[in-house]
Design a binder for this molecule. Structure first.
Ligand code: CTP
Length: 398
């Protein structure tokens, strides 16, 4: 249940903070990716380097980090809030609980609570009579009304030597609760069949030469992962790339535009088709089965057009299907993308300019314009962030 999921682990200043280290390890063992945010007082109990080295990510404490690496770093709470599938605060002190109950956001952890789009699981832990105090009871009721999940503390010996209710539950119970919450999330593509095409095609002239393009497949693979995260059953049909298929995605590799056309035809009734592949527009009229000798002087190759797969799909689009194409342009981005949208009868076109090194074929980042259903929007970031934002935008608009 937790495999491939993104978890923010919030640690506050209680003695049980040390147990959060083991919780982090268990989440990782279950296949989750974890980022940690601590309140300043939590750092008195466990050094942030411990969480940083184990999570492999910076630990966020302040909204405004002292050594800001970039001008946008103070918006980390927004990015983290968008990134996570689950936010869990373990242990959660009475102080942080009170802040959450009242919308106070004076550190990274509490600001991320406000920014988070994911479910929030609070594991309150307190000593002595604190857990039974009227204000804690009121705050617990209040945060439950907000829709936040509570995992009640266990009874037993407390750090003060007193006995009572307030201990952090066993790691296994926390994991079980986290899994149940994540399992109950239904994404907008739940139960939908999504086909994504990615990467280049190769059109062979002879056994050692082909026509292709520099597509790395990164954007298509990011789209496949994004669709999976939204609950879809994803098939990824890709040309020659050196990328790992995301876990949970069914993949099929093809070589030529014709192979891709054949593979897509078999899946033409999918609920969503995303044509991110950089399909070759031309293929040699003749493919030699032996290496063509270079000879002397000039030589030429005759080419014929390949099938425009997106247009073929657009012509036969069933009512239940959302058809998404890409447009790679070097000039007049919006105008050319708009005419591709109409000409190919797609529902949406994701247009990117090839004139910038940060948005090209092999870059890890992208900047796209999304056109369709009379609306237009723009998204920037890593290819994964862009893929997730674009799909969210499209399926919120559908
Ligand atoms: N496409 C396709 N089949 C082709 C060529 C392109 O399905 N034979 C799809 C691409 O996967 C993409 C969209 O069409 O989703 C636009 O591709 P692009 O290369 O930008 O446009 P072209 O159709 O090739 O037009 P042009 O070369 O004139 O820009």
């Amino acid at each position: 249940m937790l495999s491939g999921k993104r978890i923010i682990l919030g640690v506050t200043g209680g003695i049980a903070a040390y147990k959060a280290v083991f919780l982090l390890r268990e989440f990782q063992k279950a296949g989750a990716e974890v980022r940690v945010t601590m309140t300043p007082s939590a750092t008195r109990f466990v050094g942030l380097e411990t969480f940083a080295s184990l999570s492999g990510h910076d630990v966020a404490v302040d909204i405004f980090p002292e050594e800001q690496e970039s001008a946008t770093e103070w918006t980390r709470h927004i990015n983290w809030g968008e990134w996570a599938d689950l936010f869990i605060i373990a242990p959660c002190t009475g102080n942080t609980l009170a802040k959450i109950a009242n919308g106070i956001s004076d550190n990274m952890l509490t600001a991320t609570v406000l920014a988070a789009r994911s479910p929030l699981l609070i594991c309150p832990t307190m000593d002595g009579e604190m857990y039974e105090s009227p204000s804690v009871s009121e705050n617990l009721k209040k945060v439950q009304k907000f829709g936040y999940h509570i995992l009640e503390p266990e009874s037993g010996f407390l750090a003060s030597g007193l006995e009572g209710k307030g201990r952090l539950p066993e790691i296994e119970s926390i994991l079980k609760k986290a899994g149940a919450i994540i399992g109950s999330i239904k994404g907008p593509l739940e139960g939908k069949k999504v086909v994504v095409t990615a990467g280049p095609t190769r059109e062979f002239i002879d056994p050692v030469r082909f026509i292709s393009n520099p597509s790395s497949g990164k954007m298509g693979f990011a789209m496949a992962k994004a669709a999976l995260r939204l609950g879809a059953e994803v098939t990824l049909i890709h040309g020659p790339v050196s990328l790992k298929t995301p876990e949970g995605v069914v993949s099929r590799s093809i070589i030529s535009a014709e192979d891709l056309y054949n593979a897509v035809q078999q899946k033409a009734d999918a609920d969503v088709i995303i044509m991110a592949a950089a399909v070759s527009d031309f293929t040699p009229t003749e493919t030699f089965d032996h290496k063509v000798k270079k000879g002397h002087g000039e030589s030429s190759i005759n080419l014929k057009s390949t099938t425009d797969i997106l247009s073929w799909l657009g012509e036969r689009k069933p009512d239940h299907q959302t058809l998404i194409g890409f447009a790679m342009e070097t000039e007049n981005l919006i105008e050319n993308a708009g005419s591709k949208l109409e000409r190919k009868k797609a529902d949406w076109i994701i247009a990117n300019s090839l004139s910038n090194k940060d948005t090209g074929f092999e870059a890890d980042t992208n900047h796209v314009h999304v056109l369709g259903k009379g609306s237009e929007n723009e998204f920037k970031g890593t290819k994964q962030e862009v893929a997730e934002r674009v799909l969210k935008f499209i399926f919120d608009s559908e």
